[in-house]
Design a protein around this ligand. Structure first.
Ligand code: HEC
Ligand code: HEC
Length: 182
């Protein structure tokens, strides 16, 4: 048994306090990790460790948590969460909002230079490699990240900066609600 998995098994209890059992977070501003693409999760943990994602919550929570993780443990954690059953789709948004969100997700907004989210995140927002799964993710968390990409606080989100630059908060909320419903 590699040392990394041993540490990971212990770390998972710490992570669960915020991210929920199996990474199925029950808190709207804390992301679910269950079913996430392992390469993406590993990259985020390395970004936190390098203090690259600098939003207030991450400074407060994830910088400290990730500081003690070596690469092997990070990989074991990423593999563990990739294998967990993701949160099921759910939504309290209106049908009109979900339709608007779906349109952005599937077609983008060509006049504003916003590409179809599905072209990178997958047909059902299932994610792959460095493209995160968004399906079933908490809409509040997604909305927060869409705003963060417009700042300097998440420098590795380069591809997302172009996508979000011309989106209004209403459009961001609609696509976030649609993604949570998947
Ligand atoms: C004290 C609460 C807390 C603990 C403990 C915690 N996290 Fe987090 N984590 C957060 C919050 C809050 C965010 C999101 C902050 C933001 O960007 O809005 C986050 C974000 C993340 C993200 C980014 C997800 C994404 O979709 O980009 C990953 C990956 C992550 N945490 C993994 C872990 C792992 C693995 C552990 C255990 C080793 C852990 N976290 C422990 C609170 C916590
Ligand atoms: C050109 C490819 C591409 C397109 C198009 C794209 N994304 Fe992304 N997206 C990415 C990548 C790559 C990341 C991961 C960035 C990182 O590693 O920090 C990401 C990250 C995200 C995140 C953060 C997820 C998390 O767990 O923190 C959200 C939310 C998101 N994208 C939503 C969208 C939406 C909504 C659209 C359509 C309007 C979209 N994306 C279009 C490539 C893309």
């Amino acid at each position: 048994m590699p040392n990394g998995s041993d540490l990971a098994r212990r770390a998972i209890h710490v992570c669960a306090a915020c991210h929920g059992e199996g990474g199925r977070s029950q808190t709207a501003v804390i992301p679910a990790l269950a079913g996430q693409a392992p390469m993406y999760t590993a990259r985020q943990l390395k970004d936190f460790r390098a203090q690259q994602r600098a939003e207030t919550d991450n400074r407060a929570y994830m910088w400290g948590v990730s500081a003690l993780l070596d690469d092997e443990t990070i990989q074991s954690l990423a593999d563990y969460y990739a294998g967990q059953t993701p949160l099921a789709g759910r939504s309290r948004a209106s049908a009109a909002v979900l339709r608007a969100g779906r349109d952005i997700f599937e077609n983008g907004m060509p006049a504003k230079g916003v590409r179809a989210c599905a072209s990178c995140h997958g047909e059902r927002a299932e994610g792959a490699a460095g493209f995160p799964r968004l399906a079933g993710q908490h809409a509040d968390y997604l909305f927060n990240q869409l705003k963060v990409f417009g700042t300097r606080l998440r420098p590795h989100g380069v591809l997302m900066k172009a996508e979000t630059a011309n989106m209004s908060p209403v459009q961001m909320k609609a696509v976030a609600a649609y993604l949570q419903s998947l």
